[in-house]
Design a protein around this ligand. Sequence first.
Ligand SMILES: Cc1cc2nc3c(=O)[nH]c(=O)nc-3n(C[C@H](O)[C@H](O)[C@H](O)COP(=O)(O)OP(=O)(O)OC[C@H]3O[C@@H](n4cnc5c(N)ncnc54)[C@H](O)[C@@H]3O)c2cc1C
Length: 439
Amino acid sequence: MEYFENINCVDMGRICIPDSDYPRVVVVGGGFAGLNLVKRLKNMPVQVVLIDKNNFHQFLPLLYQVATSGIEPDNIVFPFRKLFNQNPNVLYRMAEATGIDAENKRLNSTIGYIKYDYLVLAGGSAVNFFGNSGFENFGQGLKTITDALDIRSKLLQNLEKATITCIKEEKQTLSSVAIVGGGPAGVELAGAFAEFKKYILPKDYPELKNVEMKIYLLEASDRILQWMPGKLSEKALKYLTAQKVDVMLNAPVKSFNGSTVTLQSGKNLNAAAFIWTAGVKGSSIEGLPSGVKTRQNRLAVDEFNRIQSLDKVFAIGDIAQMKTENYPSGHPMVAQTAIQQGKALAANLMKILNKEPLIPFEYHDKGSMATIGKKRAVAKIKNLETGGFNAWLIWSFIHLMSILGIRNKILVAINWLWSYFTYDKGDRVIIRRAPGGKG
Ligand SMILES: Cc1cc2nc3c(=O)[nH]c(=O)nc-3n(C[C@H](O)[C@H](O)[C@H](O)COP(=O)(O)OP(=O)(O)OC[C@H]3O[C@@H](n4cnc5c(N)ncnc54)[C@H](O)[C@@H]3O)c2cc1C
């Protein structure tokens, strides 16, 4: 197969992509969904162009460990070019997709436009602050590796500031963290901060020995890990409480001004770090017909991941909302949905090219889990519901196996083993300051 014969860039504004005799599949986003799609299309009779604003895939489930100095950022990212350098039919361009011109079958981006035969939107989701400017200006979401590094910098900078001030209340506020959202990201983050507090703070910051670092986990509903069986939610709550995390249930948050969190109830909590894990929305893209976007800014798709009313345009992963009988609000926004939709669409694209009937997407729930610190987790896998050390071993194995690249797997395993036996953590350096008002 020859993919690089005619390079034609006469048309200004067009991204330079070699012409090909094969149909062109443009994929926006190399997350779990996009990556699994592209992997299945490599060496197939299509030209694949992957567009992502980052030049790497990020393993989001371990972001919280980067944010709490558990592992290095490089361990959970993998460059696209390295992934596909043996596959001449896969091209990568670093760009942000900005809009679709469906009539002319063009995707617009920050580096120009590209023509497509098939377009797949797999841009994932973004943090949803629900328009609260206090959360947005002074708080921090956790959706990308940059967010994780910002949180790490913010906490370490705050602790440095806490050592400088002589006012005890200020020390307390600067060393405290409020996490909003009792889903897996919030729970895992709270557990990891608790370990930081127990094992690192006394060693690295002896100046703060008379100050108690407060870790608040604020959940609007009456239980954490809502999608888990009640018994496991209770277990997770017990583990967090034992680690001295202040878990507050039925505690919706009203505002944050940089140092004080105000709950809807009127109660105030002092914390200079505010991490929002309580809402996401589909990534934005312009040019879609009205009616396609759902309430959460996700894109309504049919059972083949086609966006209705657009020809040959698909959406997969977090950005897609496929309502089915079993999932009337769409499938859960988790890695398995994205992976399975990526694979299913690759198979269906081949069927389209071969003029065969398509297979509707069927989600296989492989279970869910969350870890609390380095020795405990809760897991529900099919009929198995377990908590504690065994669940933690399962969690560790599955996550280690899911990270891309042997080198990354080994480095993460070393970091975990090191931390397990020495009670120490990895990177505690402020490489760059948390930006803007977040510093
Ligand atoms: C902190 C955290 C922890 C999580 N933990 C778990 C877990 O333990 N288990 C689990 O199953 N799920 C977990 N999830 C959810 C899971 O990570 C997502 O459901 C999954 O990543 C969705 O995959 P995706 O491919 O749709 O999107 P993503 O993985 O978000 O990928 C989207 C990609 O699109 C790119 N992109 C976005 N917009 C544009 C644009 N306009 N132009 C170009 N590129 C663009 C991004 O750079 C990114 O590479 C977690 C999520 C977070 C944030």
